[in-house]
Design a protein around this ligand. Structure first.
Ligand code: SAM
Ligand code: SF4
Length: 358
């Protein structure tokens, strides 16, 4: 992987501007739609761009964070979530950066729990879970926890995360989360050619052993080192081939049509599931129901958007919930039809994964 200059998202953020207004008939109470007819129901809310890891596919060692004053406050995150709930958002995932580094995470979970989303989840690298009040989170309304683990081999985990952590950290986190009542537990693994693609079938064994869902993710061009190459992507087909060499799988129906993963159980009835997120080789853009809001308050209609819309001036300028709802609806009207990763003129967005919220 070649090393490029670090990306500082704030340098690339759009100057405050307003999206062109969506037509009035696009604005229906309790329903957020885009100009391609997709209904938006799923919010990824990033609460920090900080992280205690430096995963090779995500964040360079010298990645520069956004200044603290640019990040939203607790009450601003809650306002954003409340307005999104009023727009028909049913699922909210708290993410980052590493969300467990957000100092007011407990208060935020309690506030979001009160908004009663159908699904309130969080993605975390799991490294700090032993210090977190997991049972309280569960009582406060957090439904699910997804962990990240990209190798089962100690030296490799250290190399990928550029820390001295081991897979045991995530195994411990699985037990802690389960003891606190979180179930099912999902574990994400980004698969990269020549890095961890020899462990795909081992990840299937790991899912069986720990009765979790392992979600194998195709590497996306969102790394801050800009080292992504199409040839680094291990396709869903290759992943399936590796697993079926060891275990017979049974395809499962998508629990939700906008679900990003191809899901499988084991034919022998063993516990555990496999999910494959084939964002590159089998894009699911046509059914995408997602909206992303970054830790500094930018509305990103697509993970790969080049244009993002700044909510912060409204949040800090006394805007009403209706004003904010109108702004989010107009922003989402600009959602692109697809990410276009396969096209000749594809350019990755300036803002990279850790500053967007995965
Ligand atoms: N820090 C937390 C974690 O790692 O779980 C949450 C934020 S992280 C950005 C969310 C998810 O995005 C992780 O599961 C991570 O593996 C995934 N991710 C990060 N960079 C990626 C990339 N370039 N391609 C595919 N997935 C990526
Ligand atoms: Fe941090 Fe998550 Fe990115 Fe790894 S993937 S560097 S844990 S934000």
């Amino acid at each position: 992987m070649s090393i490029a200059l670090p990306v500082m998202p704030s340098q690339f953020a759009e100057a405050p501007s307003r999206p062109v207004a969506a037509p009035p008939n696009a604005k229906r109470p309790g329903r957020l739609i885009d100009s391609h007819g997709r209904t938006i129901r799923d919010l990824r809310l990033s609460v920090t761009d900080r992280c205690n890891y430096r995963c090779v596919y995500c964040m360079d060692p010298d990645f520069r964070y956004m200044p603290k004053q640019q990040l939203l406050s607790l009450s601003e995150y809650v306002t954003v979530a409340r307005v999104c709930a009023s727009l028909g958002i049913q699922k909210l995932r708290i993410t980052g950066g590493e969300p467990t580094l957000y100092p007011q995470l407990n208060e935020l979970i309690a506030e979001l729990g009160r908004l009663e989303f159908g699904d309130l989840a969080m993605t975390t690298n799991g490294s700090l879970l032993q210090h977190m009040p997991l049972e309280q989170w569960r009582r406060d309304g957090l439904h699910r926890i997804t962990l990240s683990l990209d190798s089962l081999r100690p030296q490799r985990v250290a190399k990928i995360t550029r820390t001295n952590t081991t897979a045991q950290t995530v195994v411990d986190a699985i037990h802690l989360a389960r003891d606190a009542g979180f179930d099912p537990i999902k574990v994400n693994a980004v698969i990269m050619r020549g890095v961890n693609d020899d462990e795909i079938a081992d990840f299937a064994d790991f899912a069986r052993e720990h009765a979790i869902t392992i979600r194998l993710i195709e590497f996306m061009p969102l790394d801050s080192s800009r080292a992504w190459r199409r040839t680094d992507v291990v396709s869903a087909d290759e992943m399936l081939q590796s697993i079926t060499g060891r275990h017979k799988l049974v395809p499962l129906d998508r629990d939700d049509p906008s679900s990003t993963s191809l899901n499988f159980s084991f034919a022998d009835g063993a516990a555990g599931r496999i999910g494959i997120i084939a964002s590159v080789t089998r894009p699911f853009c046509g059914a995408c129901s997602r909206l992303r809001i970054t830790a500094d308050g930018k509305v990103r209609p697509c993970l790969f958007s080049h244009k993002e819309w700044d909510l912060r001036p409204l949040l800090r300028g006394g805007a009403t919930d209706d004003d904010i709802a109108g702004f989010i609806a107009d922003s989402m009207w600009t959602k692109q039809a697809g990410h276009g990763i396969g096209s000749q003129d594809f350019e990755p967005p300036a803002r990279t994964m850790s500053a967007i919220g995965g």
